[in-house]
Structure formats: C-alpha cells, structure tokens
Design a protein around this ligand. Structure first.
Ligand code: GTR
Length: 426
C-alpha cells in the first residue's frame, strides 16, 4: 500500500480509537434529549437585545466571559516577551510562484524560553497577500516535501501513522499531509498559507499545565490551577501570529482567514471569538467544545471529552460532565461571537462523533445575531443535503460525504467563501 494511504488509514484508526473506547455515546437522533438553548439575545438581567450596538457593547462581553470562566479559561494577564526571526527557505518555490519562509517566534519569561516555528508560503506578488492561517497536527514538514523545512524539535502527536516515533517527528512524513493543505490551489487564487505545528505552543498531553507555553507563566497561580487549558493556549498562539502579521508588509493583515480542523477547529473558534482581527473564521469538523451544541449529547459528550483530554479546557468545564442541562451557555453562543465577520462551519457525513447536525443547528441559532447586522444572514432551513454548500449572507455551511478529515472538497468551499467575502470588501 502506498505510504500516504497507509498513513491515512492508521490516522483514521488513531482518531477513532477514543470513540470506540467509550461505550456510552449516542448517535441515534431519536435519543437526543429535550433541551433548552440559553438565549442569545436576552441579557443576564432579562433585557431583550434587538440592535447590533447593544449586542456589541453589552451582551457580547457577557457571553465571552461565560466561555472564559466555564469552558476555555481566562488568558494570563501577564505579557511575555516575543522575538521574531525570519528565514527564507526558497524564493522561487512552485516554479517561481511563491517564497517559502520560516518565522521563529521566541517567547521568554521567568528565565524560560519557548520557540515556535511558523511556515509561511507567500505568493511572489507586489501586493500584500491575503493569508489562510491554521495549525497543523504533525509538523510543518508534513505540509510540503521541501527538505529545508525543519522538523518540530519537541513533542508531536504520537504514532508511526504520522511518521512520529516516541512523539518525535521524523522525515518519513515529509509532505504526507499535502492533501490537507493544497498550497498550489491557494497560490493560484492569490492566497498565502501560514501554518504552525500546534505542539510548538503547547504539547497535547496532560501534564498538569506545566509544559509548553504554560511553563513560561509558572509563577501564575491562575495557570497552575488549571485555569488556562490547552485549547486556550493554542488560541493565544494564533493571536501572537496575528501580531506578527501586522508587522509584515507582505501580508494583508486585514485579510486573514483563520481555520482549523477538529481540536484545532475548536482552538480557531475560540481565537476568533477573542480576537476580532481575524477577518474570516472557518471551523472544520470541530464538534464537541467547538461548533456542535453540547446539550444534544450526540456523539462526543462533555464528560467524554473531559475524560479523554483533561488538559483541553478549564477546570470549571468538568462541572458539566453528564450535566449538560445545567450549562448556562451552549456553542451557538460561541459562534455568535464571530459576528459580523464571515463564518463557515463544515461537517462530514460519517463524523457522527462531531455531531454534524449539532454543528449546523449551532450555526442556525447563531445566525440570529448575524441578522442584527445583515438580515440576509438568517438561516432558517433544515440541515442541507450532503455536498450542497449553503451560503447565507456572512454564513456558510456544508456537510460533505466522507470521514473526519480536511479534504480538497472542503478547501474548494473555503476558498470560494473567502474569495466572495474578500471581493466584497470584507
Ligand atoms: C478526537 C476528539 C475530538 C476531536 C478529534 C481531533 O479524539 O474526541 O474532540 O477534536 O479528536 O482533534 O481530531
């Protein structure tokens, strides 16, 4: 079998494994419990919100702080030093179409240091480029076969399935994930790509909030107590990358599309909620703790995600294990925090663990906030048919055939959506 196909097969098994280990999860629509979604447009004093200004000045921050307190955790207030160094790897990549660079971010604090490497592919054009930004799972070297791209020096997601042995990256996986990052198509449409290995910011295992960027905040009681989970650190890293974009004249920092798949889709949504500089936000198969409504208890539940990944969220989120009905929030409110910026949610038909219908309903309910800005962004129908993208004003959704993954089909829709919004001036 071809090595990439073998990799993909094993990767699917690896991703699916946690689900099969959990016996009690529902994927039967008729067993979804009755649930009440917390109101989006009624504030904590029972006041109705009917204008975009009141949403923005008042209700939005109420919801944001619920998610900080109860789900992802409060970011540290302490500012840490960041130094950025750029290295050109290739000026005439893709037959002269693009330049490939590595940007190293060096974070220092409390005598500790962390390096994180961004791979940046920009079109060779005189105009500042619009850029897709997203974390990758296996290392920057998995995106392109180019031998000058360095391997992550630290922890990577384990397993021979992604060419990583003992949580160390290896050359075996160079270029193995190109299908998830169709750089040539992006360049053909004038876009650049910026991607970083997520483990550079925070390794994805439970070590009691000591490793990665957490270590640089080790004087903070707040961090030590587990109040800033890994998803929030990854989101924090995305904002640091955005700070850098603002200093680079080759990048049009007003045209950054932030996207993420699965756990990295959850991180992208939280980053998009906290940081309004991201012009467009895209979530691919982000599921529980991402786009999907938790109260449906379909596929992955709050208890399951906290059990398998105790380091992802803040400690308060555990209050809702087997107790979703007590949640004073749900994920439609997270999606609404992107308003009025364009937002695209993508699901996959076989990805019941991520609850495609719950992802769609979440977007549909969030559209009530978008409607305060643009009435044509209201979503009122049912789950669209597979492979029939729904574009409604600033909102987009598709459910495609196939498994939990990012495919060329997904990218085609993401680029169409981004083209449309950037051409319209946003
Ligand atoms: C699964 C996890 C999901 C999703 C996925 C991924 O094991 O249960 O929430 O995030 O991993 O990131 O691929």
């Amino acid at each position: 079998m071809h090595i990439c196909r073998l990799n993909n097969l094993l990767l699917c098994i690896f991703m699916i494994l946690p689900m099969t280990l959990l016996t009690q999860h529902n994927t039967d629509e008729s067993l979804v419990p009755e649930y009440d979604l917390p109101a989006l447009l009624t504030d904590s004093h029972g006041k109705q919100i009917s204008e975009a200004t009141t949403w923005e000045e008042h209700r939005r921050s109420e919801i944001l702080s619920i998610f900080e307190q109860e789900v992802y955790g409060i970011p540290p207030l302490e500012e840490i030093a960041v130094e950025v160094s750029e290295k050109v790897l290739e000026r005439m990549a893709f037959h002269g179409k693009a330049t490939i660079r590595e940007i190293t971010f060096t974070f220092t604090n409390n005598g500790k240091r962390l390096d994180a490497v961004l791979l940046l592919v920009l079109p060779n054009s005189p105009d500042p480029a619009a850029v897709f930004l997203g974390y990758n799972f296996g290392g920057n070297h998995t995106i392109l076969p180019d031998e000058s791209i360095q391997l992550p020096k630290g922890w990577v997601l384990g397993g021979p399935q992604i060419g990583a042995f003992d949580h160390k990256a290896s050359v075996v996986s160079r270029g193995a994930k190109y299908s998830r990052w169709p750089v040539l198509n992006m360049l053909a449409r004038g876009y650049g790509l910026a991607t970083m290995h997520y483990g550079d910011i925070d390794p994805d295992f439970d070590d009691d909030f000591k490793n990665g960027i957490h270590a640089l905040f080790s004087n903070s009681e707040h961090i030590k107590n587990g109040n800033w989970g890994a998803l929030a650190t990854w989101s924090w890293g995305l904002s640091k990358i955005m700070d850098y974009f603002e200093t680079n004249p080759l990048i049009n920092h007003e045209k950054i599309t932030l996207l993420g798949h699965s756990r990295l889709g959850k991180a992208a949504l939280w980053a998009g909620a906290l940081d309004k500089r991201f012009a467009i936000v895209i979530s691919n198969n982000s599921g529980c703790g991402g786009a999907a409504l938790s109260k449906r208890r379909f596929g992955e539940t709050v208890a399951a995600i906290n059990k398998n990944f105790p380091h992802w969220f803040c400690k308060n989120f555990e209050k809702y294990n087997e107790n979703e009905s007590a949640m004073p929030f749900d994920q439609h409110q997270l999606l609404a925090l992107m308003a009025p910026r364009p937002l695209y949610i993508a699901s996959a038909q076989n990805d019941s663990w991520a609850d495609p219908k719950g992802e769609f309903l979440s977007l549909k309910h969030a559209s009530a906030v978008y409607a305060l800005y643009h009435p044509n962004s209201t979503i009122s129908g049912e789950l669209p048919e597979v492979n029939r993208p729904l574009i409604q004003g600033k909102l987009g959704y598709h459910i495609r055939t196939g498994n939990h993954d990012v495919t060329p089909y997904d990218w085609e829709q993401f680029m169409n959506f981004t083209d449309q919004h950037f051409a319209n001036g946003n």
